[in-house]
Design a protein around this ligand. Structure first.
Ligand SMILES: NC(=O)c1ccc[n+]([C@@H]2O[C@H](COP(=O)([O-])OP(=O)(O)OC[C@H]3O[C@@H](n4cnc5c(N)ncnc54)[C@H](OP(=O)(O)O)[C@@H]3O)[C@@H](O)[C@H]2O)c1
Length: 254
């Protein structure tokens, strides 16, 4: 069977938050599929380790330390990638935060700024920067990692859910505006994925029992499964798909 439409040969991909978890799995599958990578997180030693793994696959790797909550870091990240590669074919906005839980009415302004500035403003600013380059180069592909929390509310995760819902609308808005420039924009909304981010949930037997009671596939996801969906969206396999959010929650939303 010819599956060359899944190839990313000759493409340059930029992935935020690629030092572990979903972002790293996406960076690795993109490298496997032939892409050269640029990526960020905040931890220099982790950046170097991931760069080494990518280079072992025979691809170029550009690790850049950046905090996606800081617009100046995003501008520096963008400039470094443009300098090194001259183009960006695929952007994955992945790095996000959820620093606290509790009823929405108790969440203070500091928490609001932290969540919205990292999750929503970070995705928006980097998309703006990269989209302008994609328009110049004649096309591109943007993938935003949202969450099932962006579709249904979740007790205790109010601001996080609001930020993730906004990312779904950011995806639709960008897809509408950028389609004529041959730029596709889609989102992925995972349920629970086994990463550090969700560790408090999947290490807690009681919470997992509640979660599995409404999850038909009866398990949580692995980061590599999200990465395979990202590869589908990043490649020509999804060439007529734009503005969409792929929910991958093991059927939990049923
Ligand atoms: N895991 C889940 O159950 C789940 C479910 C639905 C959606 N998601 C979404 O999936 C995405 C990735 O989550 P994950 O589970 O893979 O998390 P993770 O395992 O904690 O990994 C997050 C990655 O992002 C980096 N990062 C975090 N904050 C950053 C910042 N402000 N600036 C730059 N890099 C930052 C981290 O490295 P440093 O800390 O070194 O910077 C790390 O490399 C997030 O958007 C999350 O909302 C996760």
């Amino acid at each position: 069977m010819d599956i060359s439409y899944l190839s990313l040969e000759g493409k340059v991909a930029l992935v935020t938050g690629a030092c572990r978890g979903i972002g790293k799995a996406i960076a690795m599958i993109f490298a496997d599929a032939g892409a050269d990578l640029a990526f960020c997180c905040r931890n220099q030693p982790h950046l170097e380790e991931v760069a080494e793994e990518i280079r072992k696959l025979g691809r170029r790797a550009l690790p850049v330390a950046a905090h996606v909550r800081k617009p100046e870091d995003l501008r520096n990240l963008y400039e470094k990638v443009r300098e090194a590669y001259g183009r960006i074919d695929i952007l994955v906005n992945n790095a996000a935060t959820n620093p606290g839980m509790g009823p929405l009415v108790n969440m203070d302004e500091r928490m609001y700024d932290q969540i919205m500035n990292t999750n929503l403003k970070g995705y928006t600013i980097l998309s703006q920067l990269v989209a302008k380059l994609m328009i110049e180069q004649g096309g591109g592909n943007i993938i935003n990692i949202s969450s099932v929390g962006g579709i249904s509310p979740d007790k205790g995760l109010g601001l996080y859910c609001i930020s993730k819902a906004a990312i779904i609308m950011l995806t639709k808005q960008l897809a509408l505006e950028l389609g004529p420039y041959n730029i596709r924009v889609n989102a992925i909304a995972p349920g629970v994925v086994q990463t550090k981010f969700s560790e408090a949930l999947w290490t807690n037997e009681e919470l997992m029992e509640v979660e599995m009671a409404h999850t038909p596939l009866n398990r949580i996801a692995q980061p590599e499964e999200v990465a395979r969906t990202a590869l589908y969206l990043a490649s020509d396999a999804s060439s007529y798909v734009t503005g969409q959010t792929i929910v991958m929650d093991g059927g939990g939303s049923l």
